[in-house]
Design a protein around this ligand. Structure first.
Ligand SMILES: Nc1ncnc2c1ncn2[C@@H]1O[C@H](COP(=O)(O)OP(=O)(O)O)[C@@H](O)[C@H]1O
Ligand SMILES: [Mg+2]
Length: 415
């Protein structure tokens, strides 16, 4: 049986990494998850490599086990970057069409994007991804695909993410030392926001919030396009630290208490019961009231939300998001959506994950802790409805070329 190449998405998270691997069943037009796993990695701090050896051995361990479990090799590895070193901003590019025929070609579009990319970026920074927001022809805005149309002046709006070349190279090195290669890199919020938010939400104005352990990522969509994205170097592990400190128990116990009993809003306190808390040395337990856990969690969640509110305020788009979607492990905390409504001034907030019509797989992979890795796979595969997006508005020629070639020679499910 011939080997099928996997499309893998690697989420470089907070002290851990998560991988989802899928194959594309072209006959039935579905993307099927064949393996997925998350493993701890001590070489990562807030999604940035702090120890190459540790990170490299975690990558090797994780990707080898995915290949073993599925019986297939990884053919394309798309890596999601995160961290406060990433900066996103919008820019504008123009291109004058001086030919006689004036019919806009893909090359003209690429040149307009090149123009938008030619702006000063910080020393030691490199461009991570360029997202095309929309075109204008002769000042007429709102054109999504100008190819084949006539015009003299082509303009394009882009959303560019840059990141520290040092951090990116360290990660690349760690992956290469593990025997793999980073075929594609993306600021992970970009595919996440695009797959988790519905088209209606993006149109009406939506905020996406990815609540991780050591980072929170914020994105704002207005009129269907991503206008703002930013990573905040704090996350829900702070709740764990508070519980550990105030309940005098280990971080591991505190994490378990948080995930099992934690709620962040009083209306979610179902019963006035007690929770057993193991002592630091593990030799005894003491009981505390559930409401005491809420008293510890609530102020910290409010503080995290205030950080998010501050970022939204300084984004310049404060008044635009109407609805919100939270994802990532922290979104599992009951009451979190109420905090978003109250502190971010949103009308409606839901918990979200990658929808089932974009990718098929075990229900476990639709848990919000997997949503980043899932969205990386959906993007890398150009799955269900994403061809047009990848092909026209998202600039990633090197990978597209690779996927194109690869799909032609791909033997799905062997033969
Ligand atoms: N059921 C749960 N309730 C509350 N918090 C949770 C739950 N499950 C996971 N978390 C928290 O989510 C955070 C991790 O988010 P996740 O998206 O999995 O990781 P990453 O930081 O790599 O993005 C941790 O702080 C973890 O304790
Ligand atoms: Mg996450």
């Amino acid at each position: 049986m011939a080997k099928t190449n996997l499309i893998a998405g690697l989420d470089i998270g907070s002290g851990k990494m998560t991988c989802i691997a899928a194959v594309r069943d072209e006959e039935n037009n579905i993307l099927q998850v064949v393996a997925g796993r998350s493993i701890p990695c001590r070489g990562l701090r807030a999604s940035v490599v702090s120890d190459i050896q540790e990170t490299s051995s975690a990558v090797r361990h994780l990707l080898n086990s995915i290949e073993r479990e599925s019986g297939h090799d990884i053919g394309l590895l798309s890596v999601g970057l995160r961290g406060a070193h990433l900066e996103s901003f919008s820019n504008h590019g123009t291109y004058n069409i001086s030919r006689m025929d004036k019919e806009i070609t893909q090359e003209d579009m690429a040149l307009a994007i090149e123009n938008a990319k030619s702006m000063p970026i910080k020393n030691d920074n490199e461009i991570v991804n360029v997202l095309t927001q929309g075109y204008a022809i002769d000042k007429q805005r709102g054109i999504t695909n100008p190819e084949g149309m006539e015009g003299s002046l082509l303009e394009v709006d882009v959303h560019i993410t840059t990141g520290s070349a040092t951090h990116i190279n360290n990660l690349r090195k760690a992956i290469e030392r593990a025997g793999y290669q980073m075929d594609d890199k993306l600021y992970s919020l970009v595919p996440l926001a695009d797959t988790v938010l519905t088209q209606e939400e993006k149109e009406i104005g939506a905020l996406i919030l990815d609540l991780g352990g050591e980072t929170m990522s914020v994105g704002i969509y207005i009129d269907g396009i991503l206008k703002f994205s930013r990573d905040i170097p704090y996350g829900c592990d702070l709740i764990t630290s508070d519980l550990s400190r105030l309940l005098h128990t280990s971080r591991q116990n505190a994490k378990e208490i948080k995930e099992k009993y934690g709620v962040s809003f009083p209306s979610f306190l179902d019963e006035e019961g007690e929770i057993p808390v193991p002592s630091l040395d593990g030799r005894s337990t003491h009981n505390i009231k559930k409401s005491y856990v809420l008293d510890i969690i609530q102020p910290r969640v409010e503080e995290l939300m205030e950080q998010v509110a501050h970022v939204v305020e300084t984004s310049g788009y404060k008044d635009f998001p109407v609805v919100g979607v939270v994802t990532g492990g922290g979104s599992l905390m009951p009451g979190i959506t109420d905090h978003c409504v109250n502190l971010l001034g949103l009308k409606e907030v839901r918990c979200g994950t990658v929808p089932h019509d974009m990718i098929a797989g075990d229900n476990a992979f639709f848990d919000p802790t997997y949503s980043t890795a899932m969205s990386l796979v959906v993007y890398a595969a150009g799955a269900n409805g994403y061809e047009s997006y990848v092909g026209s508005s998202y600039e990633k020629e090197p990978v597209l070329g690779k996927i194109g070639k690869w799909f032609k020679g791909l033997d799905i499910f062997g033969g």
